[in-house]
Write a protein that binds this ligand. Structure first.
Ligand code: SAH
Ligand code: SF4
Ligand code: F3S
Length: 447
């Protein structure tokens, strides 16, 4: 019998990928994904533990699910997956004993079995199992539009002192080259044109090739670029320490590799970088950016920043501002430091007070927004290749992505979803661009 599955996804792109794979794993049991929880038979929250706010959201959402279940007649199974499940399985059982199912990121291939068990009694599975979920998940992938995520690496051995990921996702592991290529071929055969390779440390990828030798991310991307239909490649998230020569060369040599890179630096202060255990200096970051720009002059950069890390002085913060000024980012994410249970930095005695954190964040975000606005403004009048992804709000309009991940709406097209078209940008809005097909006479363009 058909049953309705509602999955709500928090956190990073890897959770988005995992949610899709969970739905695929549950399909053989008759579960069909739905967009709202109201009529669902099973609701799964795929959670994020990275900052306190993200983790707390889960408990309030669980409260809402309990109310919904009590108010309606139809039974509802409630599940928690993802990084909060992994880190706080026991805490969830204590604070939300009505939850039927807790499953970590490494064991969701066991969902069919766990759901069957949960119908009788609550179940928790947060193992780091010996088996590899990728060997056991259904190989048949579902596709949702021409751009897809593909996890190639998981876990992290870097142990930045602020970060929960090494604890929630476990040790670094790379999927074998062949397994990734098979999944990519399947996606391409179903109409996918752009693949974003995912990993908590994706550029540390070292999956084994058919001869049992480790292949680098650059090697993997060269093989992916050769798959018919694949027009665009991206990868995220990278660590500066793993920006190897061959990866930088791939930015020069692979036209499919989009000239946009998310390369988190966190701070511009060497003292703070050392306390964070990032194991590189601000100047190393500058050098890497310089080499990337030499290899691919049109590359645009994105980054993550943490302000108010324990012990961060005003001078440290100025060093971050200086690095941002100098580098110029097309886009960025910035956060107030959030102490996370079990991480070394959470024990630090020299916490920065909330007011200073807020002030620094506001100042940094104002600068990053100015840079982003300037970057977008500079696109006016340029012709950018756009991968058309979905219909827009107006008739005859399609929306897609530029190489720099900007949303671009286009009218007057002859091509459809899945095509990459050259678009002349004629309007720059705060969060998107719009334009018309390049090189067509104006009369042709009227939509
Ligand atoms: N693997 C990536 C980051 C993953 S987490 C990397 O190495 O850069 C995504 C971002 O969340 C991080 O880049 C960091 O900026 C932020 N973050 C992680 N832990 C945090 C914490 N405890 N407080 C505030 N921000 C945090
Ligand atoms: Fe977290 Fe650092 Fe690993 Fe990134 S590299 S996932 S920030 S521990
Ligand atoms: Fe969050 Fe886990 Fe991703 S903590 S950022 S969902 S790896």
């Amino acid at each position: 019998m058909q049953k309705k599955l509602f999955i709500k996804t928090y956190g990073c792109q890897m959770n988005v990928y995992d949610s899709a794979r969970m739905a695929e794993a549950l399909a053989p049991l008759g579960y069909v994904p739905v967009d709202t929880v109201d009529d669902a038979d099973l609701a799964i929250l795929n959670t994020c533990h990275i900052r306190e706010k993200a983790a707390e959201k889960v408990f309030s959402e669980l409260g809402r699910l309990r109310v919904l279940r009590n108010e309606r007649e139809k039974p509802l199974l409630i599940g928690v997956a993802g990084c909060v499940a992994q880190a706080e399985g026991a805490e969830i059982q204590r604070r939300a004993p009505f939850v039927d199912l807790v499953v970590g990121p490494q064991t969701y291939h066991r969902l069919p079995h766990l759901v069957a068990q949960a119908l009788h009694a609550p179940v928790v599975d947060t193992d780091f199992p010996a088996e590899d979920k990728f060997d056991l998940l259904p190989t048949e992938r579902s596709v949702d539009g021409p751009a897809a995520f593909l996890t190639v690496q998981e876990g992290c051995d870097k142990f930045c002192t602020f970060c929960v990921v090494p604890y929630t996702r476990g040790a670094e592991a790379s999927r074998p080259l062949r397994q990734v290529l098979d999944e990519a071929c399947q996606l391409a055969a179903k109409g996918v044109r752009e693949i974003t390779l995912l990993g908590q440390n994706v550029n540390a990828y070292h999956g084994l090739d058919e001869n049992g030798r480790p292949a680098s991310l650059a090697t993997l991307m060269r093989a992916l670029a050769a798959i018919p239909g694949i027009a665009r490649l991206r990868y995220t998230t990278s660590h500066p320490r793993d920006m190897g020569d061959d990866l930088i060369a791939a930015h020069r040599d692979l036209p499919a590799l989009m000239p946009f890179l998310h390369l988190p630096v966190q701070s511009g202060s060497d003292r703070v970088l050392a306390a964070m255990n990032r194991r590189h200096k601000a100047d190393d970051y500058r050098r890497i950016v310089g080499r990337l720009r030499d290899a691919r002059p049109d590359i645009a950069l994105s980054s993550d920043f943490i302000v108010g890390f324990p012990g961060e002085t005003d001078a440290d913060f100025r060093a971050t501002m200086a690095l941002v000024e100098e580098t110029g980012f097309a886009q960025a994410f910035s956060f107030k430091y959030s102490p996370r249970p079990g991480t070394p930095a959470a024990e630090a005695a020299d916490a920065v007070d909330e007011a200073a954190k807020s002030e620094r964040l506001a100042e940094l975000q104002a600068l990053l927004l100015r840079q982003q606005t300037a970057f977008n403004a500079a696109c006016l009048g340029r012709t950018l290749p756009v991968l058309l992804e979905k219909p827009g709000r107006h008739p005859g309009q399609l929306v897609g992505k530029s190489p720099y991940l900007q949303a671009v709406s286009v009218v007057g097209l002859n091509e459809g979803i899945g095509s990459v078209v050259d678009v002349m940008i004629d309007t720059v809005l705060s969060n998107s661009l719009s334009g018309v097909p390049a090189g067509r006479p104006a009369a042709d363009r009227a939509a």
